[in-house]
Design a protein around this ligand. Structure first.
Ligand SMILES: Cc1ncc(COP(=O)(O)O)c(C=O)c1O
Length: 456
């Protein structure tokens, strides 16, 4: 056995392996408000309910209570009517997987099991849609996005829909570029063709309504558009709750039934799962409920104001440094390119100054290499130091080891890259370019190999 002081000491050492999630130096993965009181009360809620199991919401009634309350709030900001039903999941991906399963089962009910149902997804859609298609045996049909606005191309959507279409997906916003798909127009098309439309508002669901209240011009993306049949929105993103919760809403209660799993034939108790996971802690639900009630409408609005102010300041100052947005700026995400500098050098230089930026792919006829920034309220306070660092870094040369690796890869040497990834000596942002040096199938296999090595 290990004593408590030693355990605490080890835990604090292990914690030092990470980038500080509260620092604001990250632009993805965490949505930091900078409000310590909010963080502390959520940790209390997490602790109080962590040991209760949402698997049985008749024994742990708090689970059903939290879920209903969170869904009530989510509906109130998404123009949902009283018929809309929701499910609380453990994250955006789980909400999406459930939406895929529901669409598949609805399709099977209508058309039987002989045909393979299809999902139509704009190319900017999140990978969890492809994951859902793989897990649940649907075919994914990717349609292009428009070069200028990075939104789903409507003509392609029209021709992609056929009698096998089980679901069409729109994003509000999409993760890579931050633009919002034309949900209204997409809804008109899907209504006309009689197919369901899901809006992936995992990122936007808890912030776009507050941008609108602040006077921003937010295109219609939610249940206001009659064609929208389901919508996902993540409490653990701009709902500012601790990780482990997301909301999935269905316009038609019948559709929610297709997402539930019920087994009354096994030898034990009546088995009911509304989510993909079965046993799960009530803690994250308590945390989400606490965030919603601590913040309320005014709290969310004032945090949205900070994000907006950071976004406007950063985009303006970055433009002075030669950056341009890849898409119309209409959400809390910035994606910017700069063809006057070496972007890989810039990202490397920023990393040396503790700012962690992601580089996104260059795609021919669509977009050059660009950096991605998902903004949190904390970035409002940090936007000046960020711009100062960006100014100092703008002409940085790329990491010399990166250049060596590039050379090695083009001659088929993969082992150096493997070693550096395993030892954590390379910024994952640079992997985008490195993996482009090899054919896609080999790159995927190699990434898979690296993952095994990391966890060995
Ligand atoms: C648009 C979009 N959808 C879905 C997801 C998946 O969310 P999660 O990471 O909570 O599973 C993300 C994550 O960033 C996202 O950006």
């Amino acid at each position: 056995m290990t004593g408590i002081p030693d355990l605490l000491n080890s835990l604090s050492q292990i914690g030092k392996m990470d980038v500080d999630p509260y620092s604001g130096n990250l632009f993805t993965y965490v949505y930091e408000t900078g409000d310590k009181k909010l963080r502390n009360i959520q940790h209390k809620a997490l602790n109080m309910f962590y040991d209760r199991n949402a698997l049985d919401f008749t024994t742990f009634k708090s689970a059903a209570y939290f879920e209903k309350e969170i869904i009530r709030f989510a509906k109130s900001i998404s123009h949902a009517d009283e018929n809309v039903l929701g499910t609380l999941t453990y994250g955006g991906t789980e909400s999406i997987l459930l939406a895929v399963k529901a669409a598949r089962d609805l399709f099977r009910k209508k058309r039987g099991k002989d045909e393979v149902p299809e999902i139509v997804l704009p190319s900017s859609g999140h990978p969890s849609w492809e994951k859902g298609a793989e897990y649940f045996d649907l075919r994914l049909k990717i349609i292009p996005i428009d070069r200028k606005n990075k939104k789903a191309n409507l003509e392609s959507l029209k021709s992609a829909i056929n009698e096998r279409t089980a679901l069409v997906v729109a994003s509000a916003p999409n993760f890579p570029y931050g633009s919002i798909d034309p949900v209204k127009e997409m809804g008109e098309i899907t209504r006309d063709k009689g197919v369901p439309l899901h809006v992936d508002a995992c990122v936007g669901g808890f912030i776009l309504p507050f941008f609108e209240r602040l006077g921003e011009d937010v295109p219609v993306y939610d249940f206001q558009e009659e064609g929208v049949s389901s919508l996902s929105m993540d409490t653990h993103k701009y709902g500012y709750s601790l990780k482990g919760s997301s909301v999935l809403l269905f316009r038609n209660p019948e559709m929610k039934k297709y997402s539930n799993y019920i087994n009354i034939s096994w030898p034990s108790y009546i088995f009911v799962n509304t989510s993909i996971l079965s046993s799960r802690s009530v803690g994250p639900m308590a945390s989400a409920w606490t965030a919603i009630n601590y913040l309320g409408m005014e709290g969310y609005q004032s945090l949205a104001k900070k994000v907006l102010s950071a976004r406007n300041y950063l985009s303006k100052e970055m433009e002075k440094l030669g950056f341009r947005s890849t898409a119309p700026i209409e959400s809390s995400i910035l994606s910017m390119y700069n063809d006057t500098i070496d972007l890989f050098g810039f990202v490397y230089g920023m990393q040396k100054r503790s700012w962690h930026l992601e580089i996104q792919k260059a795609i021919q006829d669509l977009v050059p290499y660009n950096i991605h920034m998902t903004l949190s309220p904390v970035h409002n306070r940090l936007s000046k130091p960020f711009i100062k660092a960006a100014r100092d870094t703008i002409t940085s040369p790329p990491d010399p080891r990166f250049m060596e690796l590039m050379g090695g890869l083009s001659q088929g040497n993969l082992s150096d890259l493997m070693t550096m990834v395993k030892e954590g000596n390379i910024n994952p942002a640079l992997l985008v370019k490195l993996l482009e040096q090899i054919p896609e199938d080999s790159a995927r296999e190699m990434a898979n190999e690296i993952v095994n090595e990391v966890f060995r």
